[in-house]
Design a protein. Structure first.
Length: 66
């Protein structure tokens, strides 16, 4: 894992086309802004975990809601 220190309004650029900017810092909370191409999916980790869990429990079954 690469660990970087950034301050408000500073950015990290990934692969030349994804940027992550520190928007604000309040106490132990950090707001980040992510700019990425439309074909790059950006999710919070807990959402990705739920999506993967749903795909395992409900693989392409019409009655599962999708």
């Amino acid at each position: 894992m690469l660990v970087l220190t950034r301050r408000k309004d500073e950015e990290i650029v990934i692969n030349g086309n994804i940027s992550i900017k520190v928007l604000s810092v309040k106490g132990n909370r950090v707001r980040l802004g992510v700019e990425a191409p439309d074909d790059v999916q950006v999710n919070r980790a807990e959402i990705s975990k739920l999506v993967k869990q749903f795909e395992v429990e409900c693989p392409a079954v019409p009655s599962c809601g999708f």
